[in-house]
Design a protein around this ligand. Structure first.
Ligand code: ZN
Ligand code: MN
Length: 487
């Protein structure tokens, strides 16, 4: 029996659709779900004699993202033509960036299940245009929708630094959160805003010798689940293939496979094209891009604290759970709202509970963001403060929150109107307690005798006080009075 040990090695290419209003090189609107071929013009249709013009916003978004990935940003880049012969890109080439990407040598940090944070290298980030969509739903012929043609795509290529399906998924999720935070992409997987292409092979040690299996690239994955599963599948398939055939990596044996969602298996598509098959050459219709320091500084000033950093800070500074901190940082608007409320002095844990337990529910019902509920972070801070000081109970805060959203008014007045202010007035509560004690001599006996039943009897008496006050007694104050009276 020979000794076999192995490690899977994965690098990832990610295409992210940028959320500009218009396309990369023409003025056509970026619109999902529009009538096929209604968002097209001579430029994105590839008519002869037309000239592309670069979308500045797309370049800004791309550089902002590259900065967030800690990339080096060259001051001079250019555009290249990549030959491409498919019906979904009628001009027969894609405008891309070949040898001078707009960002290089960066990294991204990803959180792992173990709580550890891993650094994944970024080789490059460049801009290019998307192709259209071939549709094969009409029967015995195919159709093409060119609305997507010319959509700005940011391609990000990582180092082969990931060693499991879990790590690959974590990176994809982190990138999604990051581009959403930066506001450069909606990153909606259902709309194909993020597409993944993992490159996978194994480093196998057998009887003391190391072997590498041929690299497989899986094309066009558009869900986290497919990404994670396909990597795990390929890990096993390559191991089996190596043990069967002993096939190892050589020049030219890199292959492309697709993911079959139903069979949960990768399927061989084709032997990989080499870069020279694409016949890259400098795009003659576009001027090179030359940046100024001032422009770059301006973009740099728009960088915000990135979501993972924030998540870690919430855990450390506010003692929130990893889960809660993750929910709050899944979205920039929730996170910013939370920060504002905490800044006005509220207890972070209380604000977090209000947002994650009630706020998100209401926002979901209204299908809007937390910041679109029409309440100010300061008002939410006031609500949190009312719970903190015992003016209202945590359980009745949801009703006040909902009333705030409905009316846009402040929590104090609403809690008053809804009769949710807890009675903390010792005099008034004392009267109620006295009544309860007089009406329940048996329970008082149980408590004062100090036996086994004592604890239960105390709970019973407190329950009676709460009931008599119609739930408005502040339980903390009430139990203090009870304890005093019972000695
Ligand atoms: Zn167009
Ligand atoms: Mn690409």
């Amino acid at each position: 029996m020979s000794e076999v040990d192995y490690k899977v090695i994965v690098g990832l290419e990610i295409h992210v659709q940028l959320c500009t209003e218009s396309k990369m090189f023409c003025g056509c609107a970026l619109e999902f779900g529009a009538e096929p071929n209604s968002r097209v013009c001579p430029v994105c249709l590839g008519m002869p004699g037309v000239l592309p013009v670069m979308n500045k916003k797309a370049y800004e978004y791309a550089v902002l993202t590259a900065l967030a990935l800690d990339c080096w940003i060259p001051m001079f880049t250019k555009w290249d033509r990549k030959s491409y012969y498919y019906p979904d890109l009628p001009k027969n080439y894609q405008i891309s960036q070949y040898d001078l990407p707009l960002g290089a040598d960066g990294f991204v940090e990803i959180p792992l299940e173990s709580g550890r944070i891993k650094k994944i290298g970024i080789i490059r980030a460049h801009l290019e245009e998307d192709a259209g969509k071939n549709l094969h739903t009409a029967g015995n012929y195919s159709q093409v929708d060119l609305n997507r043609t010319g959509t700005p795509l940011l391609e990000i290529v990582t180092e082969p630094d990931m060693n499991s399906g879990e790590e690959v998924r974590a990176l994809a999720v982190e990138l999604q959160r990051m581009v959403r935070f930066l506001g450069v992409s909606e990153a909606d997987m259902q709309k194909g805003h993020m597409r993944f292409e993992p490159n996978i092979n194994l480093a196998i040690t057998k009887d003391g010798t190391e072997y590498r299996t041929p690299i497989v690239e899986i094309k066009n994955l558009n869900s986290f689940r497919a990404l994670e599963r396909s990597v795990s599948y390929e890990e096993q398939r390559q191991l089996d293939e190596f043990l069967d055939t002993g096939k190892v990596i050589e020049m030219g044996n890199k292959t492309t496979r697709g993911w079959d969602d139903e069979r949960e298996a990768t399927v061989l598509q084709r032997e990989k094209e080499e870069a020279h098959d694409y016949r890259y050459f400098p795009e003659p219709d576009l001027v090179p891009v030359e940046l100024t320091e001032q422009w770059l500084d301006n973009i740099r000033s728009r960088l915000c604290e990135l979501p993972l950093k924030r998540q870690m800070r919430y855990i450390q500074e506010y003692q929130l759970s990893d889960y809660d901190a993750g929910v709050l940082t899944a979205d920039r608007s929730i996170s910013d709202f939370f920060e504002e409320a905490v800044k006005s002095g509220a207890n972070p844990k209380r604000v977090c509970n209000l947002l994650t337990q009630t706020g998100l529910k209401i926002a979901k019902e209204k299908s809007c963001g937390i910041n679109e509920l029409g309440i100010r972070p300061e008002s939410l801070a006031n609500l949190a403060e009312m719970i903190e000081t015992g003016q209202i109970s945590a359980s009745s805060s949801a009703a006040v929150f909902e009333a705030m959203v409905q009316t846009g008014r402040e929590p104090e007045a609403l809690a008053e109107e809804l009769n949710l202010i807890q009675k903390s007035d010792a005099g008034e509560l004392e009267q109620i307690v006295d009544k309860v004690l007089a009406e329940n001599p048996g329970a008082v006996e149980d408590v004062t005798s100090g036996g086994k039943k004592s604890k239960k009897a105390r709970g019973f008496l407190l329950g009676q006080v709460m009931q008599k006050s119609k739930g408005q007694a502040n339980p903390k104050v009430a139990s203090e009075i009870l304890a005093k009276k019972l000695g």
